[in-house]
Design a protein around this ligand. Structure first.
Ligand code: IMP
Ligand code: MG
Length: 332
């Protein structure tokens, strides 16, 4: 804090939603800004209820947190209204004037494209919607009467918040290895997913960001096609207790063990100042629900220390279960 970027280290689904919801509750985050688009689902567990959010920022769990959808984001109108209703955030969510609109036709184009099928896109149409934005023919949020009550110059609002010393979280989506620039091209998404791009989408200059928190999961997963170094079989993943199904599309997630070289590289390129490691309980079941570092089994502590040694940044938050509060917080 005060202005922190949350970025995913691998191919998405690192557990950013959980980390953001924890920070929103614990650090009294004033503003949470969602970037990216509807292809990314952020899972948040709070008060025994599970949310898979495609539009509403994960900081919604704190009722005092104001929510913004960034100027660089891409809004799916039906999903936006559905989630606003679900999370009851009508009075505290705004969409930037210049956010672009993703339409049904983009999804149809995405699904009809044999090439995109080969990439295993989510089918939401984010690539085609961003193409249209680059052609300068996209609809923007300010063009739609039904969005009028929500539309705002969020860029001014967010920057004024930073001036006033508010706690601002810039919520990245997907993972760094899906970046259009730095990922495993062409098996990537339609935008840069890195920390600089997250700040850029929100309209926050690089000198105004105080912290970059990179989120690692204790193992790596990927949905869709493209390289995944060290990939293991579904059977092996089930045996190890880390097999997952995608929150967004219901597809099986492919998986691989944690990759220290990749962790080091992504920390460096994103300028990370600290990291979170999620799902430690999936690889060390004795960690389940633990909230104190001292209580973790020795192998789990060694794993965390190895991540710190290799990346050169502290692991400040460790996820030990699905609930927003199942965290070892080492900042205290
Ligand atoms: P697109 O973003 O729908 O164009 O899909 C491009 C690639 O990114 C595919 O491999 C998708 O599975 C992957 N992808 C897109 N969004 C997410 C996400 O939120 N989590 C994980 N993978 C994603
Ligand atoms: Mg996800």
């Amino acid at each position: 804090m005060p202005c922190t970027v949350i970025v995913g280290a691998f191919w998405g689904d690192e557990g950013k939603g959980k980390i953001i919801s924890y920070l929103a509750l614990k650090d009294n985050v004033d503003y949470c800004v969602r970037t990216g688009s509807v292809n990314a689902a952020h899972t948040v567990w709070t008060k025994g209820k599970k949310y898979a959010l495609h539009m509403v920022p994960a900081g919604f769990v704190n009722p005092k947190c104001r929510l913004f959808i960034a100027a660089g984001a891409n809004v799916h109108v039906a999903k936006f209204f559905e989630e606003v209703e679900l999370t009851k955030v009508h009075k505290r969510i705004s969409i930037d004037n210049n956010a672009s609109i993703i339409e049904e036709k983009h999804s149809a184009q995405d699904k009809a494209s044999a090439f995109n099928k080969g990439l295993g896109t989510t089918g939401w149409g984010v690539g085609p919607a961003l193409e249209e934005r680059a052609r300068r023919t996209a609809k923007l949020a300010k063009d739609l009467p039904e969005l009028k009550p929500y539309v705002l110059d969020t860029v001014t609002e967010i920057n004024q918040g930073i001036d006033q010393g508010k706690n601002v979280l810039l919520e990245g989506t997907q993972g760094f290895m899906l970046s259009l620039y730095f990922g495993t091209y062409p098996y990537v998404t339609g935008r840069d997913t890195g920390a600089s791009a997250i700040a850029s989408e929100a309209g926050v200059g690089p000198t105004r960001v105080n912290d970059v928190l990179i989120v690692y999961k204790s193992f790596i997963t990927r949905v869709g096609t493209g390289p995944l170094p060290g990939e293991i079989t579904k059977e092996e993943a089930q045996k190890r207790g880390w097999f997952e199904i995608s929150a967004g599309t219901g597809r099986d997630r492919r998986s691989a063990p944690f990759d220290f070289d990749l962790a080091k590289k992504t920390a460096k390129i994103n300028g990370a100042t600290q990291s979170a490691v999620t799902k430690l309980d999936c690889i060390y079941p004795k960690c389940q629900g633990e909230r104190r570092f001292d209580e973790l089994p020795i192998e789990a502590k060694q794993f965390i220390k190895e991540i710190e040694t290799q990346t050169g940044i502290p692991v400040t938050l460790i996820g030990t279960g699905p609930d927003a509060l199942d965290i070892v917080d080492r900042r205290k």
